[in-house]
Design a binder for this molecule. Structure first.
Ligand SMILES: Nc1ncnc2c1ncn2[C@@H]1O[C@H](COP(=O)(O)OP(=O)(O)OP(=O)(O)O)[C@@H](O)[C@H]1O
Ligand SMILES: [Mg+2]
Length: 324
């Protein structure tokens, strides 16, 4: 689709002055307007929430007419047809891809949670390489955007994974756009501006590693919980909209917290409470088991509970030889 067809001027209710202000705030096209939250629009163009919601709704209707977004009510067969747009990015492990129903799904948010060293960041690094491969080799044929909140991104790990997989490491590094987010406000602003970067870099994968750490360190004490959850909810909402509007795969990582009153079973639970629980499309629990890693699909709209074994090697996330 031509860039001019996505200009904000195409949308009813967006006047010239408002268009300039939206563009200056990073909402440059109809795609970003459709993925925005009413409160963000109010902040930029003023007016009330209802007016902002109407602009967003007009943008969505426009994209629906162009066949880029689903309308409000559609038949199940239309959904099935649209499902054909969905692609999968390999995690690097055949077993883990199988657990995910084919890999990291576009138009969806996949959450990996687990203890330190369970392999969350390794999956993020491997997927950032894999997404660059053409579709017939398990990739999405696009770049990765890597948002790092913990400072654990390693360029040499990307190079190692690329080399072990027989890829040109310089090419691979050129197609990973990195951003270190330092606080919640910064992370929120970065996620707000993602639409532009997705388009400019032809990105097909967005990684947020981790989505929770900045919230956990900034919002301390029960009295801050409501505000924290509200901000986290806004961020997740935005990531979902971006996944849908741009047909990209979104991967987030999450930490665990131990529940002290568990007598039987695993005491580890994902952090982020109900907000993350409800907002990830797929939730995968990772656990170290000797040299191997165990992944369990704990929440999905249609996968049954299932488990897979994978390993971390020089090629990143991969399979123990026995399962190949
Ligand atoms: N080159 C490598 N070859 C084999 N295994 C590796 C390699 N690099 C890292 N690992 C393994 O990956 C583990 C680290 O995993 P990762 O960084 O993904 O953990 P994480 O789940 O992100 O933890 P955290 O919560 O601390 O961020 C290391 O403990 C090591 O076992
Ligand atoms: Mg990590």
């Amino acid at each position: 689709m031509k860039e001019s067809e996505l200009s904000l001027g195409k949308i009813d209710g967006v006047e010239a002055g408002a268009e300039d202000r939206l563009v200056n705030s990073g909402i440059c096209t109809v795609m970003e307007l459709a993925a925005a939250l009413p409160a963000e629009i109010v902040e930029v163009v003023g007016g009330d929430v209802e007016g902002a919601a109407a602009l967003i709704s007009n943008a969505r209707s426009y994209l629906t007419k162009k066949g880029l977004m689903l309308g409000e009510f559609v038949t199940a067969s239309e959904i099935a047809r649209r499902k054909k747009d969905v692609s999968f990015c390999s995690t690097g492990s055949i077993a883990l891809d199988r657990l995910l129903g084919g890999g990291l799904e576009t138009k969806a948010v996949t959450e990996f949670f687990g203890m330190f060293g369970s392999g969350k960041s390794q999956i993020c690094h491997t997927a950032s390489v894999m997404c660059q491969l053409p579709q017939e080799r398990g990739g999405l044929g696009g770049s990765a955007i890597y948002i790092d909140t913990e400072g654990t991104f390693r360029v040499n790990r990307l190079s190692e994974i690329a080399t072990a997989r027989g890829l040109d490491q310089a090419e691979v590094l050129n197609h990973v756009l990195y951003c270190r987010a330092y606080d919640v406000q910064h992370l929120t602003a970065v996620v707000k501006s993602l639409g532009l970067h997705i388009r400019e870099n032809s990105a097909r994968l967005i990684v947020v590693d981790s989505v929770i750490s900045l919230f956990r360190s900034e919002f301390i004490g029960r009295e801050t919980l409501a505000e924290r959850q509200q901000k986290l909810n806004g961020l997740m909402h935005r990531l979902h909209n971006l996944a849908e509007v741009y047909n990209v795969a979104v991967v987030i990582t999450n930490q665990v917290q131990a529940t002290p009153n568990t007598f039987f079973g695993d005491p580890n639970r994902p952090t982020g409470g109900h907000v993350l629980g409800h907002s990830s499309t797929y939730r995968v629990y990772l656990k170290k088991s000797g040299e191997e890693r165990l992944a369990a699909m704990v929440d999905s709209p249609y996968h049954p509970y299932s488990e897979a074994r994978f390993m971390i090697a020089s090629a990143g996330c991969s399979d123990p030889d026995s399962t190949r």
